[in-house]
Design a protein around this ligand. Structure first.
Ligand code: LHQ
Length: 264
């Protein structure tokens, strides 16, 4: 029997569709799934045929965070070094998503818990099925939110809501998540993949370099003064203005026709 792949990947037109694929564990992360996902992301970053990514989960969940059966704490023994797990697996993954020079869309098809929730939120645009829930499950097992959670949550929804979600581990439904600005939108379950795919396909025919610069500017904004940031926008616009897509965009506007961006 063929071995099941921990991440399914398919390039359709310019969009790389990735699906976390351990449905019997609600797509909880083990090392194989981490490494497979990172490999796909690296490949996508260097492949000019990939101009957008769409990440989702197989089965009824998006991702239940770390696979807790990987490390059975019932048997006693020395305390594990979870910092090492973050250093070698989760942090590189989050850094990779945030620095990837192409839009990453996340379609949250069901529960997103623990690191699974925060990896979803690290993506550029998050669309969730109405039945999906976001759970900062960490406090239930005595841990702190990781994968960027304590950085992203207060920025996205403010400290009051961020702390309450993290400390109570209360599930947050997709509509409230959208109302609070945690995600882009919540859609009926049956529409999720259509909505997310059309979004990704639209972006995959967009001005890829300009989109990548936009992504980086937005992310950098939280860490610098307006003064410094205005310089960063100047530099980014200089680069965007040198792209073929800028020429094409202006030409298309003047010719009153849709632009044909090539990502160059
Ligand atoms: C699971 C899991 C799971 C294994 C469901 N592992 N099997 C970083 C560094 C290092 C270490 C620690 O962690 C981290 C970051 C983290 O992500 S910590 C947070 C880890 N995640 C959680 O604490 C969530 C645990 N899961 C749940 O609370 C529930 O399963 C949720 C709320 C996600 C879904 O509940 P239900 O819809 O009721 O499903 P279920 O609980 O019945 O789960 C279905 C199956 O999936 C079940 O297996 P079984 O053999 O009984 O059918 C679960 O054991 C398994 N599963 N999450 N994280």
């Amino acid at each position: 029997m063929a071995e099941t792949k921990p991440v399914l990947a398919e390039l359709k037109d310019g969009t790389l569709h990735l699906s976390l694929n351990r449905p019997e564990r609600l797509n909880a992360f083990n090392e194989d799934m981490h490494l497979a996902l990172r490999e796909h992301l690296s490949e996508a970053d260097g492949n000019s045929n990939v101009r957008a990514l769409l990440l989702t989960g197989s089965g009824r969940a998006f991702c239940a965070g770390q696979d807790l059966s990987d490390r059975d704490m019932r048997s006693g023994g020395p305390a594990p070094d979870l910092g090492n797990t973050l250093e070698t697996l989760y942090n590189p993954l989050v850094r990779q998503i945030r620095s990837l020079g192409k839009p990453v869309i996340c379609a949250v098809n069901g529960v997103a818990a623990g690191a699974g929730a925060n990896i979803a939120l690290a993506c550029d645009i998050v669309v969730a099925a109405r039945s999906a829930r976001f759970i900062q499950a960490f406090s239930k097992i005595g841990l702190v939110p990781d994968s960027g959670g304590t950085w992203l949550l207060p920025r996205l929804i403010g400290e009051a809501r961020a702390k309450a979600l993290a400390m109570t581990a209360e599930p947050l439904d997709a509509e409230t998540a959208a109302d609070w600005g945690l995600i882009w939108k919540s859609v009926p379950d049956e529409d999720l993949l259509n909505v997310a795919s059309s979004l990704a396909n639209g972006l995959s025919t967009g001005p890829t370099k300009g989109l990548a610069l936009t992504k980086q500017l937005m992310q950098d904004a939280a860490n610098q003064s307006l003064d410094t940031h205005l310089d960063a926008e100047r530099d980014a616009q200089r680069l965007a203005g040198r792209t073929t897509d800028y020429r094409e965009g202006v030409a298309a506007f003047l010719d009153k026709r849709p632009a044909r961006f090539t990502g160059s």
